[in-house]
Write a protein that binds this ligand. Structure first.
Ligand SMILES: [Zn+2]
Length: 119
């Protein structure tokens, strides 16, 4: 494949929706621990474990049953997100994660293993 085509493909990030060839304008991040999906602005580089959607599929996205969706403002213009956009997304994901960590129970097995018996 010629280099020019590879470069073009890289610059144009496509919607992940099956069969859709539109340009991606929003990124979706799942926080499994909190059952929360965060839809927000596209970062300059695709982040791991995220999905990217075009405007239509971002707006029509629905989360699985029992999940909540946090929708942040995103631009439909070609991406060039500001520092504020990125930190807003990072904050929303972090906030969901923070709530999840507080609810984690202590591991009862670990406690039992630390008890030693001597004959
Ligand atoms: Zn799409």
């Amino acid at each position: 494949m010629p280099t020019t085509i590879l470069k073009t493909m890289k610059a144009h990030r496509q919607c992940v929706h099956f069969g859709c060839e539109e340009r991606a304008v929003a990124t979706l991040t799942y926080n499994y621990a909190e059952a929360t999906a965060v839809l927000g602005p596209l970062p300059p580089e695709k982040a791991p474990y995220t999905s990217e959607f075009c405007e239509h599929h971002a707006n029509t996205f629905t989360a699985p049953n029992g999940w909540q969706v946090i929708r942040l403002a995103f631009s439909t213009e070609p991406p060039e997100p500001t520092e504020a956009d990125i930190s807003a997304l990072a904050e929303a994901v972090k906030e969901a994660g923070r709530k999840a960590r507080i609810g984690l129970p202590r591991d009862p097995w670990r406690t039992q293993l630390s008890v030693k018996t001597y004959e």
